[in-house]
Design a protein around this ligand. Structure first.
Ligand code: CA
Length: 234
């Protein structure tokens, strides 16, 4: 995890860098807006801690430039300006959190950790019992056997596996996989689930896709589903 600290007061910058390094992060320091932007353009940061009052440009400008990038890291704003207006403006312009000076280092660290957890990339491989879905290579394997899925089938299975053990309604599945409001056409989910079952479940004794009565579907190893009183209807 790599963090960029943008702060023109050397004493505070050093204090933040030392503290974050002590907490196990790789930390770079930028003492003004221009060098902050240089850093951001030349390295991938998992997070930016940004002071708003910089000598060469307003921290809001730096924030805007970070937000103009396709994939920007989370930004935690630091400022002596504690009034509500600045706070709202910062959050409106895409800051993820806001801390008013002076602050205790433990408070900063707690917020950094929370933001980094939130921004953590999804796992590359998803697993339910002996079923593996490789998100990067777009491959599905069950019991060492590769299974070919159509793109929408893959999308539904990936969504279900990311939400393993959580019942998903047909509407949730439709909205997630079709990316638009398919209101009234949620029957399409049943059709796709039938296809998915024929490919990943029917030939195997353990059935992973569970029907949750009154809700929709869920993927889970069957013994766990039984514990939760969820029955599979065929
Ligand atoms: Ca400053």
């Amino acid at each position: 995890m790599r963090i960029l600290v943008v702060e023109d007061e050397k004493r505070i910058a050093d204090f933040l860098c030392r503290g974050l390094q002590g907490a196990g992060y790789a930390v770079d320091e930028a003492l003004d807006g221009a060098s902050a932007l240089d850093h951001i353009h030349s390295a991938d940061y998992d997070m930016v801690v940004l002071d708003l009052m910089l000598p060469d440009m307003d921290g809001m400008t730096v924030l805007q430039k970070i937000r103009n990038r396709k994939v920007g890291p989370p930004v935690l704003i630091l400022s002596a300006r504690g009034d509500l207006e600045d706070r709202v403006k910062g959050l409106e312009q895409g800051a993820d959190d806001y801390l008013v000076k002076p602050f205790a280092f433990v408070e900063l660290l707690a917020r950094v950790r929370a933001l980094l957890r939130r921004g953590q990339p999804a796992p590359e491989k998803l697993q339910v019992a002996d079923l593996t879905l490789d998100c990067t290579r777009r491959k599905v394997i069950r019991s060492a056997e590769t299974i070919d899925l159509a793109p929408k089938e893959f999308g539904i299975l990936e969504y279900m596996m990311r939400n393993k053990g959580r019942p998903l309604s047909r509407t949730m599945i439709v909205e997630h996989v079709w990316d638009m409001d398919y209101d009234g056409l949620t029957n399409i989910v049943d059709v796709y689930i039938r296809h998915l079952r024929s490919k990943i479940d029917d030939r195997f004794p353990q059935k992973l896709i569970q029907t949750v009565r009154g809700i929709g579907y869920m993927i889970e190893a069957p013994e766990k589903a039984a514990d939760q009183g969820i029955e599979r209807q065929v």
